[in-house]
Ligand binder design. Structure first.
Ligand SMILES: Nc1ncnc2c1ncn2[C@@H]1O[C@H](COP(=O)(O)OP(=O)(O)OP(=O)(O)O)[C@@H](O)[C@H]1O
Length: 255
């Protein structure tokens, strides 16, 4: 187990995920144990195929592990029925994807409030207004996604994730479709949600510059945790990634 702080937001204990069976089985995660801290920004990095997406999907309750236990706060996700998991994802988890995943026919405002409305809740008006202002979309609430830039669309996705005040926001390559300046703005916005709104963010990224904005970087290799760096520089992250790609071993980091 790699404990990163005492107040856990998401905890994985001996989580394994296997795709397929027998000789062709792929072990995407192998007995991963980690505690992700509340109110903190965690980046997840690793070479292609190391299990990052699988980690994110299992931790977010989008996919079930083959074995092991996942808890969100003190709620055990493993063994939860699909209906309950869907409810939990809508109410307690925010998602941000590389491709924004907005509904083209809905306005910015309706995209932002859709998950809450699907969960049968009315958004708190004052909080909705604050979130929209904080992400800088105050002038754009009646626009359709196609009328917005990529950076603005990702801001809609961030507002949509924030509005339900989730326990944790999972972001999968949130800057992957953006140019570097726009990507930086989006990352700073995510950083601010942690620093100013006390959100917990877990972000998968290939980009050492993006990962350097996080408080901790969790490295995966071959489905296993290959270390954690606290507040690392871009250079330190790039060096660790280079070691992982070439198979150089290091003692596992502890925070
Ligand atoms: N649905 C699936 N069926 C079979 N194998 C899968 C499936 N999803 C992922 N895998 C395999 O599991 C392993 C981990 O995949 P995963 O997508 O989690 O890695 P990743 O680190 O996110 O990769 P990338 O950086 O390339 O997106 C890979 O070997 C992949 O081929």
């Amino acid at each position: 187990m790699i404990p990163m702080m005492t107040d856990p937001c998401v905890t994985l204990v001996d989580v394994s995920k296997r795709y397929g069976k027998g000789a062709t089985a792929v072990h995407a995660l192998r007995e991963v144990s980690v505690t992700l801290p509340r109110g903190s920004f965690t980046a997840v990095m690793g070479p292609s195929g190391s299990g990052k997406s699988t980690f994110l999907h299992c931790a977010a309750g989008l996919d079930l592990p083959t074995s092991g236990q996942i808890t969100l706060g003190d709620t055990d996700l493993t063994g939860m029925r699909e209906v309950k998991l869907t409810e939990l994802r809508r109410e307690r988890v925010g998602f941000i994807f590389q491709s924004f995943n907005l509904i083209p026919s809905l306005s910015v405002l309706n995209n932002i409030t859709l998950p809450m409305r699907l969960a049968g809740h009315r958004p708190d008006r004052a909080w909705l207004h604050e979130v929209i202002e904080r992400v800088g979309l105050g002038e754009r609430t009646t626009h359709r996604p196609a009328q917005l830039s990529g950076g603005q669309q990702q801001r809609v996705a961030i507002a949509r994730a924030l509005v339900a005040r989730p326990d944790v926001i999972f972001a999968d390559e949130p800057t992957g479709a953006l140019d570097s300046a726009t990507g930086h703005d989006v990352l700073m916005l995510l950083r601010n949600t942690v620093d100013q709104m006390h959100q917990s963010v877990v972000m998968v990224t290939h980009d050492p510059v993006a990962a350097a904005i996080a408080d901790h970087v969790l490295f995966l290799a071959d489905g296993e945790i290959a270390g954690v760096l606290g507040r690392p520089s871009t250079e330190a992250i790039a060096a660790r990634m280079s070691d992982l790609r070439t198979g150089t071993t290091h003692a596992h980091a502890r925070v």
